[in-house]
Write a protein that binds this ligand. Structure first.
Ligand SMILES: C[S@@+](CC[C@H](N)C(=O)[O-])C[C@H]1O[C@@H](n2cnc3c(N)ncnc32)[C@H](O)[C@@H]1O
Length: 202
């Protein structure tokens, strides 16, 4: 896909309520499918249309729970055959519940005067620095990982990769680049997050 095909924030105003799977969704899904094992407990966080969760469910035989802040997305994920929970981040889930947490968050830096107010903004805007949702995710994800559990987080070079890595380290997570895809104006990266001291075999 070329940079021309990547939708601009402004082009997505007035879109339906749920993020349509795009190249970032596909990159996360492909990376997850190459890692998740049969029977693994997987949280597809910010599931949107359910694209990532479904891919893992179908290809890996994992036990997938989808969640999203957006009730329309939860409905869409249920229509796609996933168990879905409306939730802000990982708040309602018990500690140690998941072998994998997969997240394609809103990661695009969006100046305040360009923000709008609907579910598509919640899907796309990462606030002024792109990390308004990434940072609380990094601060909270470790709690819900089972021993040996890991997370996959999709971010863009526009999100500030070095800062994301530093924040992850401060939260007790080692980061490794699991996959990437380059476009003229940005690089999409899937970071694999491994709790410090939690590098058991997977
Ligand atoms: C870029 S979209 C990705 C959707 C889907 N996972 C995909 O890859 O196609 C980001 C999703 O995160 C959800 N989201 C944003 N903030 C959230 C939060 N605090 N808790 C849970 N989900 C959130 C949005 O509603 C949206 O569905």
């Amino acid at each position: 896909m070329t940079d021309r095909d990547r939708p601009r924030l402004a082009d997505l105003r007035g879109e339906p309520n749920v993020y349509r799977a795009a190249e970032d969704s596909q990159l996360l899904a492909t990376t997850a499918v190459s890692r998740v094992g049969r029977g693994d407990r997987v949280l597809d966080l910010g599931t949107g249309s359910g694209h990532v969760g479904r891919a893992v469910d179908e290809a890996c035989g994992a036990r997938v729970v989808a969640s999203d802040l957006n009730p329309h997305a939860c409905r869409r994920a249920r229509d796609a055959g996933l168990e879905a929970v409306r939730a802000d981040m990982v708040a309602p889930f018990r500690g140690g519940s998941f072998d994998w947490v997969l997240f394609n968050p809103p990661y695009l830096p969006t100046p305040e005067d360009q923000e709008w107010d609907d579910w598509m903004e919640r899907a796309l805007s990462g606030g002024a620095d792109g990390r308004a949702v990434v940072d609380p995710f990094l601060a909270s994800v470790r709690r819900v990982l089972a021993p040996g559990g890991r997370a996959l987080l999709l971010v863009s070079s526009l999100t500030g990769l070095d800062t994301v890595r530093d924040t992850a380290r401060a939260a007790g997570l080692v980061t490794e680049e699991a996959a990437d895809e380059s476009y003229p104006s940005e690089r999409l990266v899937v970071l694999e997050l491994v709790p410090t001291g939690g590098r058991g075999p997977r």
